[in-house]
Structure formats: structure tokens, C-alpha cells
Design a binder for this molecule. Structure first.
Ligand SMILES: NC(=O)c1ccc[n+]([C@@H]2O[C@H](COP(=O)([O-])OP(=O)(O)OC[C@H]3O[C@@H](n4cnc5c(N)ncnc54)[C@H](OP(=O)(O)O)[C@@H]3O)[C@@H](O)[C@H]2O)c1
Length: 268
């Protein structure tokens, strides 16, 4: 029997593309959105309401999910958003909200579904982290921190779940064309004039990443492969240059840091 797969954040970007692809290939797909009523007519798969930030929403979602299906094989933690901006200018509350969704929200959903996976002594949890869960570019400090937190959490959790035959895998994309840039939050915190010149250059670098992003196909096919592989790797960076970026960070850290500093220094 084909697997039943739950994808959080299936109204847009990676989640939507992946849900459509899995549905076409005969998997049973359940997606989530904070506003499913906006998308119900447009998608061919089941879409349930879920707000990662809200404990009550996670509880009612879990009830609705298991009323709809008794079978669940794979959880794909995909929902999330990005806070951009100079760290010192960003109010801590904005950073806290970033963690509420990207880290705590992901933990909430995982915890809600773990009893099911433990009972059936089988399952898979795939989490869409980011290359910034492995490296730290400027202008993205809270987003980077939230993705490092997610990486650390699952790095540890996977050992606890091994005994229940529950696989844990991470996907770490670079820049891909989705609505992430459009939905990004860049707060007008307290403006510090010392950063004026730097701010505009570093924004240009972030914008260049968004503008030159790749099509999301590679992320979709990486996740498809993880679902269909017997013993998939824990960490799965995706996108042009990921191998080079991670190699330089580990083996030529000075060159790695120098190239980031230079890219901002020379940005227009
Ligand atoms: N695009 C990239 O270049 C890139 C690179 C690395 C990692 N990522 C990661 O990939 C994942 C998917 O992002 P995307 O690029 O596909 O962006 P996207 O097009 O903006 O999609 C984000 C999805 O997350 C959902 N979402 C956002 N906040 C939520 C919340 N509080 N509760 C529940 N759902 C929420 C949205 O659903 P509703 O608005 O309908 O609720 C939407 O379906 C994110 O975790 C992102 O950090 C993206």
C-alpha cells in the first residue's frame, strides 16, 4: 500500500509542490494551512487547518487528522517563515515569534504525532530546515538561530526514536523560488544609524539570493527520495554550491568567512 504523508505548510512553496507531486504519484497526502478555506477548491489533496504557533490548534488538528485517517507513515515538517534584518535592530519579540513558529511549532507537531509513530513502531519525520541551519550568513540571525535550533533538536531526537524504527531526516535547501521572500518579516525595529551603509549592502545580498533562487524541483525530488529510500542520510543539503559552502566552512574557515565579508563589502 502507498504511504500516507502529512505535509505542514502545503498551501505554498515547497509544501504545495511536494503535495501535488506525491498526490499525482498515488500517495495519500494530507496538507495543512492556517487558512485552508482559501485553498480547498484549488488543491486535489486533503487540507486541514493548523497554526503551528497555537497549542490548541495543534490539538484540534491532531484530533481531526486521526478522525480522517488511521494510517500515517510520514510527517514532513515544512511550514515556516523567515525574519530578515540587522540583529541589533530587530526587537527580541520578533525573534521570539520566529522561534515560536520555526522551532516550537515544529516541536509541537512532532510531539503530537510521536505517540502514533511509537505505537505503530514505524514512521518517518522529515524536517525542512535550511542551509542556514548549518552556516550563519548576516542579516538572517533569528532565522538562522531558529534553523540551528531545529537541527540540534532532531540531531538528538533521532537517537531516541531509533528503537521505535522511526527515521529522522533533515533537508537543508539553499535559496529556492517560493513565497518565502515575499512572506519574510523585516521589522522596523529601532533604527541604528551606524548600520546605515552596511544595512543597504547586506539587504542587497539577501535580495540577490532571493532573486537568483533556483526552481524548487531539486528540493521536491530530494524529499521524494528520502521517503522511498530504506536508510536515508540524516542531513541532506540541497542546491547549487552546498557541497562547496560546507566544505569551505569545515576545511577552509578563513576563506569561507572572507568570502561572506567580501560579498557584503562589494554589494551594491
Ligand atoms: N525557499 C527557500 O529558499 C528556502 C530555503 C531553505 C529553507 N526553506 C524552508 O522551507 C519551508 C517552506 O517554505 P517555502 O520556501 O515553501 O515558503 P512559503 O512559500 O512562504 O510557504 C510557507 C508555508 O508555511 C506555512 N506557514 C507559515 N507560518 C505558519 C504557521 N505559523 N503555522 C502553520 N503554517 C505556517 C504557510 O501556510 P499558510 O500561510 O497557508 O498557513 C505556507 O504553506 C520553510 O520552513 C522555510 O524556512 C525555504
Amino acid at each position: 500500500m502507498k504511504k500516507t504523508i502529512l505535509i505542514t505548510g502545503a498551501s505554498s512553496g515547497f509544501g504545495l509542490m511536494l503535495a501535488n507531486k506525491l498526490h499525482r504519484e498515488g500517495f495519500t497526502v494530507i496538507g495543512t494551512s492556517r487558512s485552508p478555506e482559501k485553498y480547498l477548491e484549488k488543491v486535489p489533496f486533503k487540507l486541514l487547518r493548523l497554526d503551528l504557533d497555537d497549542e490548541n490548534s495543534v490539538e484540534s488538528f491532531t484530533r481531526e487528522l486521526f478522525a480522517y485517517t488511521k494510517q500515517l507513515d510520514v510527517l514532513i515538517n515544512n511550514a515556516g517563515y523567515m525574519v530578515t534584518g540587522i540583529a541589533e535592530e530587530t526587537p527580541v519579540e520578533v525573534g521570539r515569534r520566529q522561534f515560536e513558529t520555526n522551532f516550537w511549532g515544529t516541536v509541537r507537531v512532532t510531539n503530537a504525532l510521536l505517540p502514533h509513530f511509537r505505537r505503530q513502531k514505524r514512521g518517518q519525520i522529515i524536517t525542512v530546515s535550511s542551509i542556514v541551519g548549518l552556516i550563519g550568513p548576516p542579516n538572517l540571525s533569528y532565522y538562522t538561530a531558529s534553523k540551528h535550533a531545529v537541527e540540534g533538536y532532531f540531531k538528538s531526537l533521532r537517537f531516541e526514536l531509533d528503537q521505535f524504527n522511526i527515521k529522522v531526516n533533515m533537508v537543508e535547501p539553499v535559496w529556492f523560488k517560493t513565497n518565502l521572500g515575499e512572506n519574510a518579516v523585516s521589522p522596523d525595529g529601532h533604527h541604528i544609524p551606524d548600520y546605515d551603509a552596511y544595512r543597504s549592502r547586506v539587504r542587497a545580498v539577501t535580495q540577490k539570493g532571493i532573486d537568483e533562487a533556483e526552481s524548487p524541483d531539486a528540493v521536491v525530488s530530494t524529499i521524494m527520495r528520502l521517503i522511498q529510500t530504506k536508510e536515508p542520510k540524516f542531513s541532506n543539503p540541497v542546491g547549487k554550491m552546498t557541497g562547496m559552502i560546507l566544505f569551505l566552512q569545515s576545511y577552509a574557515p578563513k576563506m569561507f568567512e572572507g568570502s561572506i565579508l567580501k560579498s557584503v563589502k562589494t554589494a551594491k
